[in-house]
Ligand binder design. Structure first.
Ligand SMILES: [Zn+2]
Ligand SMILES: [Zn+2]
Length: 339
């Protein structure tokens, strides 16, 4: 879970407990149900600043009330007071802008049942926009979304439904599609679009299909996945993604011989034999002599030892990260497997 990973990272770096700012978009279950299970909230020296809005259904101190209700008996074994971290709550208005350190935060309302805030975070390294849970169709709130996304380096947008679903049976559910995301990204001049808030009924394969369609219409698109970290590129450089979880969780230490097929940044096809050392369920870091195109598709055919001798494993994925390889003259290629 995020909280455990977060805590483990801090401990391993020997960092003192610090202040953390958490932006809560709205109070639907899928956005709040992890709160009581977030381990760093039970560590005394941690301090949290929560931002959200005053819901007309809850009134004053809406987010604090949400916490208290979630932890009331018999829903949770300990009550709100067991959370020993210091917690501060701030209610925001749509259109409000303020600074957290060197970062300027802007909150705007989005079109979603019972309200939802989108956040624009302008950092010294670039601008990130988090616009989950919104549906096109309300001109004033659509304008808010465009203003939030203006020239953003990373624009995270709701992509729950297919364009066909959004036009028909899912109209009015408060969500959007990859096609709407591309439309807003293009009009607002956003550089990288991240498809987010996948439908719980979408398989990984289906999300991958939506991603492929989006890539045909927009140069830089990622589909968010659990644990994915996206790094802002240096000015003029593209954003890159990676899955730090793959370095710890289910990592396999063994080495596998593999044949990798893909497309170079110049658009030429290549095939290359290599050894895969860093392999996990969701992805791998592979050393290649070729430099594949960022976000292009890659096929990895590996020979893995099993109980019935050597077995061939065929995986497809896409390139999310390029770094200088550990071995001279190679590129470290981060891949997310899609099937
Ligand atoms: Zn919602
Ligand atoms: Zn939601």
């Amino acid at each position: 879970m995020l909280g455990n990973r977060w805590g483990a990272d801090d401990a391993s770096k020997g960092k003192p407990a610090g202040e953390t700012h958490i932006f809560v978009t709205h109070y639907h279950w899928d956005h709040i149900q992890g709160l009581p299970f977030f381990a760093p909230l039970y560590v005394e020296n941690n301090e949290f600043h929560f931002y959200s809005f005053r819901s007309k259904f809850l009134g004053r101190d809406s987010l604090r009330q949400v916490f208290e209700t979630q932890m009331a008996q018999p829903y949770f074994p300990v009550d709100f007071s067991a959370m020993s971290a210091k917690r501060n709550f701030r209610e925001l208005e749509g259109g409000e802008s303020f600074f957290v350190g060197a970062n300027r935060i802007t909150a705007r309302y989005l079109n979603h049942p019972q309200g939802c805030l989108g956040f624009r975070i302008e950092t010294p390294a670039g601008t990130i926009v988090y616009a989950t849970d919104n549906e096109p169709g309300d001109p004033a709130l659509e304008l808010s979304l465009h203003e939030l996304a203006a020239a953003a380096d990373i624009f995270v947008n709701d992509a729950q439904f297919t364009p066909a679903q959004l036009a028909t049976e899912k109209k009015g559910w408060g969500h959007s599609s990859w096609k709407e995301g591309v439309k807003v990204a293009r009009a607002a001049g956003a550089k990288t679009l991240v498809l987010f808030h996948h439908d719980p009924d979408s398989s990984d394969r289906r999300v991958n299909g939506l991603l492929r369609e989006a890539r045909e219409e927009f140069a830089s698109v990622y589909a968010a996945s659990e644990g994915m970290v996206i790094t802002l590129g240096a000015p003029g450089q593209p954003a890159q993604a990676h899955l730090p979880g793959s370095r710890t969780a289910t990592r396999r230490e063994a080495q596998f011989r593999a044949v990798v097929t893909g497309v170079t940044s110049e658009g030429r096809r290549f095939q290359e034999e290599t050894t895969v050392r860093d392999l996990a369920l969701q992805g791998a870091l592979i050393a290649l002599k070729h430099s594949p195109k960022l976000q292009s598709e890659l096929e990895v055919v590996m020979e893995t030892p099993g109980s019935n001798g050597v077995r061939e494993m065929r995986l497809r994925g896409y390139v999310v990260r390029l770094e200088v390889g550990a071995e001279g003259g190679t590129t470290g290629v981060g891949v997310v497997f899609t099937d």
